[in-house]
Write a protein that binds this ligand. Structure first.
Ligand SMILES: NC(=O)c1ccc[n+]([C@@H]2O[C@H](COP(=O)([O-])OP(=O)(O)OC[C@H]3O[C@@H](n4cnc5c(N)ncnc54)[C@H](O)[C@@H]3O)[C@@H](O)[C@H]2O)c1
Length: 261
């Protein structure tokens, strides 16, 4: 992956940050796009620190941290202009920025929350895909991974809006893979179950480790545990890599056998 220009949206936290670090460890050149610019810069600093470690570091091009709200098309366009200006093209993209701002029964669910989740998790991915595909066609190929979820396949009580968004991500993965297969662009997704990140442990889902909500998620998993972001990042790196050269239009379940029942 040495020198492969790799965009990770939402890489200021959780799975996105772990993915950016894992790609950098493999020699890729990282572009971090997050609406939380301070968090994006923190990820860039972590990559720089890891790459300069004399024992483990792989010298590579410095990461680029950018402020971008994926729901704002003009900000997304600026990210791709910056990628062209700085690196002259794009090889890999991870459409990771995503939110879950409300969990609750559909009858009480706020429409504004539903709109916000559609706007980040679906429109944001759609807008990024438009630019990624154009950039990769100019490059002569590339690979893209979208963040789906087990809720891209099934659902759970309280998760109607999130489920809609992740089912949409699965549909986008298939259609964009088909449209671009002949252009050497592979498009896949990953389907994590519960991962220990601020999305799960923060105020909206409110399942911090040690809480009864966290234990309930652990107990609902056949492995009786939840995942760490690095376990998701490893699969994303593989999907992007040449090792997965004939893998497109599908997804990997990263769920401790949750979907096998
Ligand atoms: N954590 C889980 O259990 C889990 C499970 C399945 C799928 N996922 C998916 O993985 C992805 C990453 O989730 P995470 O758990 O790492 O979340 P997280 O909250 O730890 O990180 C999300 C990052 O995205 C950024 N972000 C949010 N809205 C944005 C926007 N509009 N524009 C740009 N950046 C934005 C945030 O600033 C943050 O840095 C999401 O798509 C999520 O739906 C997470």
């Amino acid at each position: 992956m040495r020198g492969k220009v790799s965009l990770v949206t939402g890489a200021g936290s959780g799975i996105g940050r772990a993915t950016a670090l894992a790609l950098a460890e493999n020699g890729a050149t990282i572009v971090i796009a997050d609406m939380d610019f301070a968090a994006a810069e923190e990820t860039a600093a972590l990559i720089t620190a890891a790459s300069s470690d004399p024992d483990t570091g792989a010298a590579h091009t410095a990461p680029l941290a950018l402020s971008c709200d994926v729901t704002r098309p003009a900000e997304v366009a600026r990210v791709f202009a910056a990628i062209d200006d700085n690196f002259g093209g794009l090889d890999y993209a991870v459409n990771n920025a995503g939110i879950c701002t409300e969990v609750g029964p559909i009858s009480d669910y706020s429409l504004s929350s539903f709109r916000t989740m559609m706007s980040v998790n679906v429109m944001g991915v759609f807008t990024c895909l438009q630019h990624e595909v154009s950039a990769m066609r100019r490059r002569g190929g590339g690979a893209i991974v979208n963040l789906s979820s087990i809720f891209g396949q099934v659902s759970g009580p309280g998760y109607s809006a999130y489920t809609v968004t992740k089912h949409a991500v699965e549909g986008l993965t298939k259609s964009v893979a088909l449209e671009n297969a002949e252009h050497g662009i592979r498009v896949n997704c990953v389907r994590p179950s519960v991962v220990q990140t601020p999305l799960m442990t923060g105020k909206h889902v409110n399942a911090a480790p040690g809480s009864k909500e966290w234990s309930a998620y652990e107990n609902a998993n056949p492995t009786k545990r939840n995942a760490q972001p690095e376990e998701i990042a490893a699969a994303i790196v593989w999907q992007l890599s040449d090792e997965a050269s004939f893998v497109s239009g599908g997804g990997i379940n990263l769920d401790g056998a949750y979907l096998a029942r």
